[in-house]
Structures are given as C-alpha cells and as structure tokens.
Design a protein around this ligand. Structure first.
Ligand code: ZN
Ligand code: ZN
Length: 246
C-alpha cells in the first residue's frame, strides 16, 4: 500500500532552483527553526502541548537550541513543570543513594538515577516535527521526479544532495514509486551523489593547491569554502536525531 503523503511542490521546486549543495539541508534547517519557535510560542500555554513536553522533552541538541533562543518566559514555564516530572522520577532514586549501606550499593543506585536521566533525554518533539517534514520533502522529490520531466532535468543538472539526505530520499522513495521507476530513481540518486561528491572533492583538492605559493595568484574557482562543503556534503545539516518512538 502506497502511503499518501502531502506534496510540498513549491518548496521543493524552489529548492532545486536555489543551487545549494543540498536543498533538503536548507529545508530542514528551516524546519528546525520552526520547531524551536513552536516550542517557545504560545503553544506552550496549552495543556496538551505541555503534557507532551513533560513526557517526551527534547534531545540535547534541541534543548540547547531552545536555551539559546532568547525566549526566557516560555522556556522558564516549560522547564518548571519539566523539573516537576523529573522530581517524581528522580526523588525515590536519590533516596536509594542516600540510604545505601556501602560504596557498591551507592554506585549502583546512582547509576539507576543516571539511567533514568538518559531515558528523559530520549525522544525529541522537535526531531519528530522535523521528521514529518523530511518525509514529505523526500516523497515530493520522488513524486516530481516521476511526474514532471522539467523537474527531473533540473534535479539531475543540480548539485544534488548530501550523502545523509540521499539515504533519506532512497529510503522514502518506495512510498511514491515502485518497480522499474523505483529502481531508476535509486540509480539516479546514487549517480547524482557520485558526480557531486567528485565535484566537491575536486574543489577541496583545489583548495589544498591554492595554499602552494606557485598557485597564489591563480583563481579560486569557487573553492573558498570547499573544506566546509566537503564536511557538510557528507553529514548534512538540520539532521533528525532522535524522534519520539524510534
Ligand atoms: Zn542534506
Ligand atoms: Zn531533537
């Protein structure tokens, strides 16, 4: 059964035209900003959202983004009740440490507390919201690749995607495509990746050459930021780290 996901035609078409190393990275950075903004907005005042926040919370990366976003009032409110939830879980474990009769028992009880704390860090509401969008973007790329020959041409002439999002595209493609079309899409995505990894490596190599004195006056040919692009072409940006329920 093919899942019917919502098409995101406009952002995906705009993305393919933007000329970046991976437009899914750009869209996902935006999704991350939107996620952070949502959990610092008036949504925090609604009981359902607060219950979710108290139960799941955020991964360390997104918790840090919330902390650095300059919205003290909403975050203070959210953290106060999140601390209350923690207290229910932590207080009996702390009591166990306090009443431990020897070092071995104290260490064991303390470890139980830290395990509980690790459990609280697992599952992230911002990652979950980002994941929903990532699926729709990947689904849209595969759908447009099949239905719109102008899109396919523009995509295959673009700088492609990072390695990280190429995996997401290939894994999501079966929601939109099947049979020969699925095979052709996967092959296209891998060939786009290969071509563009080589291009980025060439830019990176040219940067290494530019540091030689004999090349000092030769043109950069766009390789001024090649070392950074070489990193992000592999790892991507705006990654979904730990959605709830994974
Ligand atoms: Zn990417
Ligand atoms: Zn997260």
């Amino acid at each position: 059964m093919r899942q019917q996901l919502q098409l995101e035609t406009i952002p995906v078409w705009d993305g393919v035209k933007e000329g970046s190393e991976c437009f899914i990275c750009s869209l996902m950075k935006k999704a991350e900003e939107d996620g952070v903004r949502y959990y610092l907005s008036s949504a925090v005042m609604t009981p359902e959202v607060r219950v979710e926040m108290n139960r799941h919370g955020f991964c360390p990366h997104h918790a840090a983004l919330l902390a650095e976003s300059g919205k003290p009032q909403s975050l203070a409110l959210a953290m106060d009740t999140y601390y209350d939830e923690n207290k229910k879980l932590f207080a009996p474990l702390m009591e166990k440490v306090r009443s431990a009769g020897n070092a071995r028992k104290a260490e064991k009880a303390a470890n139980e507390l830290f395990e509980a704390a690790h459990g609280r860090e697992k599952g992230c509401l911002i990652c979950s919201r980002m994941e929903e969008r990532l699926l729709r973007y990947c689904y849209t790329v595969a759908s447009l690749w099949e239905s719109d020959s102008d899109f396919r041409k523009a995509l295959m002439e673009s700088k492609g995607f990072c390695l990280h999002h190429t995996e997401a595209l290939v894994k999501t493609a079966k929601e939109a495509l099947s049979g020969d079309n699925l095979a052709a899409f996967i092959k296209d995505m891998i060939s786009l990746l290969q071509t563009n990894l080589d291009r980025v490596q060439h830019d990176d190599w040219w940067m290494t050459q530019k540091y030689k004195s004999e090349n000092k006056d030769k043109p950069w040919n766009g390789a001024e930021d090649a070392q950074k692009r070489a990193v992000y072409k592999l790892i991507g940006e705006g990654r979904v780290l730990d959605p709830v329920g994974k």
